[in-house]
Structure formats: structure tokens, C-alpha cells
Design a protein around this ligand. Structure first.
Ligand SMILES: [Zn+2]
Length: 257
């Protein structure tokens, strides 16, 4: 269980708590306390909620694409035992040990380092699309076993954000249209991409150097966040089939429902 503090900005306060409370409950969280305030920007709803860690992404996507939500911030609430999800510092490998780990070594997978991802998000938003340095920094800042999940979370949050910023006004699309009209153009801001049906080929991925760890999880999460927000129903799965870090010429991602 984790506790999250979510701050939401909306155009008006009427019915806001009821509508967003429904989204919170539908994703398996319970509302512990809330505060509603108004200023010249709009209505601010702050909620402290508790629920299963594995539902955090689904909840954040639901909030990020909710019609009443203009913007939102989510952070782990202090005192909620939330630190457990980012792993105790003592469990992390020292930086030198991490750097010498060969790219092919696959550490036991762990959940995302939510704290590190949260702290990277403002930089990603500020410098987007020139975010490669921030993502490489994030890759190094987290424990090896959290790297993939952390990159994926950062990707999802970035994808949902880009969707809201650039594509939210359009109608909902089918998956293949969403890939063509939203997924490919948005990903081109970050990398050189070619579409082959349901597969995207990324040339010279800036996150996947041949001698380093794979950063394809970021692109997978990015497409899942972006396309999940574009289609109805909102389930998109992106698998990394090949990666330059694992010896392939191109990184190849496969997109499915
Ligand atoms: Zn790759």
C-alpha cells in the first residue's frame, strides 16, 4: 500500500471532488483527506489517498486524461510507508559497481523509483523534447533493478503529458490511426523513427548505446501513455522486440491492444 498526495487544477470546483473521487475509488484507492481551494488560476483540489502501488500508473493516467483535470501533480505522501516503493538507500549498489555492470546482466526486476522519477519530471517538461541528458541521468540515479520500471514510468508520465499538451483536442482514434497520427509524429521529436505496421523502428536510439543499458523502456512507456490516452478503450501494450543495446541494428517496438 502507498499513500499519494495528488494536487489537481481544474476550471471550476463544482462537483470536482465527487467526480475525481469516483476515479480514485475505481482504481482501488481510498480517500483519506482532501482540501479544495480557489484562486485566480482555478480550483485546486488536494487529495491524500491510499491504495495498491501497482495501481498508481493506472490512476495517474486516468487523472491525467480526465476531462475535469487541467493539470495535476502526484507525489508520495510522507508518513505513508511510501518510501518502501523506492527501495531503501542501503539496498542500492554503489555507483561504481553499477557502471561496471555489463549491459547484458539483467538484474532482478523491481518497481520504479517513484521518488527519482517524480523529481525528474519537471526537468523533462521544461526541456522537452531535448530530454536525453535528463533520462541518462535518471538511468544512473536509480538502482539497476529499478532502471527499467523507472524509465517506463517516466515515459508514461511524459507520454500522457505530451498527449494533453499537443493532442487532447482530437477525437478518440483506433489504434493504427493513433500510431500513425500521434505515436509516430510525437516520437519523432525524440528519435529517428520509421513505422512498419504495428512496429516502430528507432534508428540510433539516443537512450540505447551499444555498450550501455537499454533505454527502450522509456519509449515503450511513452507510447503507452500517449496512445493509451488517444484511443478507446485505453489499453495499449508496447513490447521491445530488439534493442541496439542488445546488439540489434535498430530498436524495434511492437504495439498492440
Ligand atoms: Zn533500444
Amino acid at each position: 500500500m502507498i499513500e499519494l498526495e495528488i494536487q489537481i487544477l481544474s476550471d471550476r470546483r463544482e462537483g470536482l471532488l465527487v467526480e475525481l473521487g469516483r476515479t480514485v475509488v475505481a482504481n482501488g484507492f481510498t480517500l483519506l483527506r482532501q482540501r479544495l481551494a480557489q484562486d485566480d488560476q482555478g480550483a485546486w483540489l488536494t487529495m491524500v489517498i491510499r491504495g495498491p502501488a501497482e495501481q498508481q500508473l493506472a490512476l495517474e493516467e486516468a487523472l491525467g486524461t480526465h476531462a475535469r483535470v487541467r493539470s495535476f501533480e502526484s507525489s508520495l505522501s510522507e508518513g505513508g510507508g511510501a518510501q518502501a516503493s523506492s527501495g531503501p538507500p542501503a539496498a542500492r549498489a554503489p555507483a561504481a559497481a553499477r557502471a561496471s555492470m555489463p549491459a547484458t546482466a539483467t538484474p532482478v526486476a523491481a518497481g520504479p523509483d517513484v521518488r527519482q522519477v517524480e523529481s525528474a519530471l519537471p526537468q523533462l517538461a521544461k526541456d522537452y523534447p531535448r530530454i536525453t541528458p535528463w533520462l541518462l541521468t535518471l538511468q544512473r540515479a536509480v538502482a539497476p533493478e529499478s532502471r527499467d520500471a523507472s524509465l517506463q514510468l517516466a515515459g508514461r508520465r511524459t507520454g500522457v503529458w505530451v498527449f494533453k499538451r499537443d493532442y487532447a483536442m482530437g477525437a478518440k482514434l483506433g489504434l493504427s490511426d493513433a500510431v500513425k497520427r500521434i505515436g509516430v509524429p510525437a516520437l519523432r521529436a525524440l528519435a529517428s523513427v520509421e513505422q512498419h505496421g504495428e512496429q516502430l523502428h528507432i534508428h540510433n536510439s539516443p537512450l540505447c548505446s551499444p555498450s550501455g543499458p537499454s533505454g527502450c523502456k522509456f519509449f515503450s512507456g511513452y507510447l503507452e501513455g500517449l496512445l493509451g490516452a488517444s484511443i478507446d478503450p485505453q489499453t495499449v501494450l508496447v513490447r521491445s522486440l530488439y534493442c541496439r543495446s542488445h546488439g540489434a541494428v535498430d530498436c524495434i517496438l511492437e504495439i498492440s491492444h
